[in-house]
Design a protein around this ligand. Structure first.
Ligand code: CA
Length: 431
């Protein structure tokens, strides 16, 4: 039997708290799960620093990736199979792309990408196409199969229907992470009737569409996404931890550039500091490795690096104040000067962080991010864009909401052994 069609003699199941079971029958999928590059995702948390706010949020990208695979498998096997618009030859391609879509994520992706100019999407492509165990599995399906999988994940594939199942405004990725993140954080937002949505999904040549009768389930999904962004993903306390994490990396990189003598061997960080990270270097990084460095850097003589690492490890985070950059830039300049006078380096201890989200958007050609809208399939067979039918969705369509906060170490400002007068002035500005 050809490898791509090979089935396991017995179905394998993963127990999953969100989908109850993840079912694997295809040999290729089972082999991919067993590769070391996929197993690495166990050591990378889905939600980065969010566990410092919601202590349950320790779930990994491994969990999530299996979940996305399972949702796609159910769409294909339970809803699309046998429909004339669905080409079952695309089944394995879609399943592999779903399983591997986050493969290139590194530890605490956002902070690392920002400071070291890395791009997880580029690493996903490199892992799929490079000299890896994942690549060796995919090549057994066909010489050009790794490339096809990479193109679906990069959204450059001409198979638009397949792409839309994995990345669109209503895709398996979002449906899994909303439910999974809600489950592990323990919040009540993030829940919607996925069973209903799956049952009303229909394949079309270039996208997945939703039967009109499922509109309310989709409204619920969009609202729960909106709630999750503001209640969980942009939680100001998680962002404080993210700010500190970013500043640790910033400080360590700066010290390296200044030829600072680190007490301990840098190993994993050397290629990051030199900004020449090979695939091999990258695959050695995970969150346990990074936490090890944060542990040992607590003992570095550099007071800033050591303080920031202590804060992250022991969860002594920065406090925050509301901040409006358009109106309060003068206040920020004033604060910066006062921080310097008080002997607190504003580069590391006075940080503006902005988060912004667009809950749903219809298609706007030529815009920075051309979003594929959600289309409803009307009884007549006509397709209508969701916000034209749903007043709830129309109310939030295209409305970007941004939140700015100013982060600072309140404990430093309370300590009046030095710079008491300046610190008092800072406090009165921040309160
Ligand atoms: Ca994902």
């Amino acid at each position: 039997m050809v490898y791509s069609a090979e089935k396991l003699s017995e179905e394998k199941v993963f127990k999953d708290p969100v989908h109850r079971y993840v079912h694997v029958r295809d040999r290729v999928i089972w082999d991919l799960v067993g590769t070391k590059e996929f197993q690495r995702l166990r050591r990378i948390k889905q939600l980065g620093t969010t566990f410092l706010t919601f202590h349950g949020a320790e779930h990994s990208r491994f969990n999530h990736s299996l979940g996305v695979y399972e949702i796609v498998r159910r769409i294909i096997d339970d809803v699309f199979a046998g429909r004339p618009e669905w080409n079952d030859d695309d089944r394995l391609l879609t399943l592999c792309a779903a399983l591997l879509h986050d493969l290139g994520h590194g530890p605490f992706s956002h902070a690392f990408e920002k400071i070291f100019d890395l791009d997880h999407e580029e690493f996903t492509r490199k892992i799929i196409l490079g000299n890896t165990e994942v690549n060796r599995v995919l090549v057994r399906v066909g010489a050009d199969f790794p490339k096809k999988v990479a193109e679906v994940i990069a959204k450059t594939s001409e198979k638009k229907l397949v792409v839309s199942m994995i990345s669109s405004q209503i895709d398996a990725d979002r449906m899994d992470y909303l439910q999974r993140d809600a489950y592990f954080t323990g919040v009540s937002y993030g829940q919607f009737d996925m069973e209903r949505i799956l049952r009303v999904m229909r394949p079309r040549e270039d996208q997945v569409v939703i039967k009109k009768s499922g509109m309310h389930a989709v409204e619920d999904y969009i609202m729960s996404r909106y709630q999750m962004y503001w209640q969980v993903y942009f939680h100001p306390v998680s962002r404080s931890a993210e700010v500190i994490l970013t500043k640790i990396l910033h400080r360590a990189k700066q010290l390296y550039k200044e030829n600072y003598k680190f007490k301990y061997e840098l190993m994993h960080f050397t290629s990051l500091f030199r900004e020449h990270v090979t695939l091999e270097d990258y695959l050695k990084l995970d969150e346990s490795v990074i936490m090890y460095y944060f542990q040992i850097w607590q003992e570095e003589p550099d007071p800033i690096l050591s303080d920031l690492c202590k804060r992250f490890v022991n969860r002594n985070l920065f406090k925050y104040a509301e901040f409006d950059p358009a109106r309060e830039y003068k206040k920020l300049a004033q604060l910066t000067t006062l921080f310097m006078k008080a002997g607190i380096d504003p580069d590391y201890y006075l940080v503006v962080d902005s988060s912004s989200d667009l809950p749903y958007d219809f298609y706007r050609p030529g815009e920075e991010e051309e979003r594929l809208p959600i289309h409803l399939l009307m009884k007549s067979g006509e397709l209508r864009e969701l916000s034209r039918e749903s007043e709830i969705v129309d109310a939030i369509s295209g409305k970007r909401r941004t939140d700015h906060k100013l982060y600072y170490p309140a404990d430093f400002l309370q300590d009046e052994t030095t710079g008491a007068e300046w610190k008092r002035q800072i406090r009165s500005l921040l309160e």
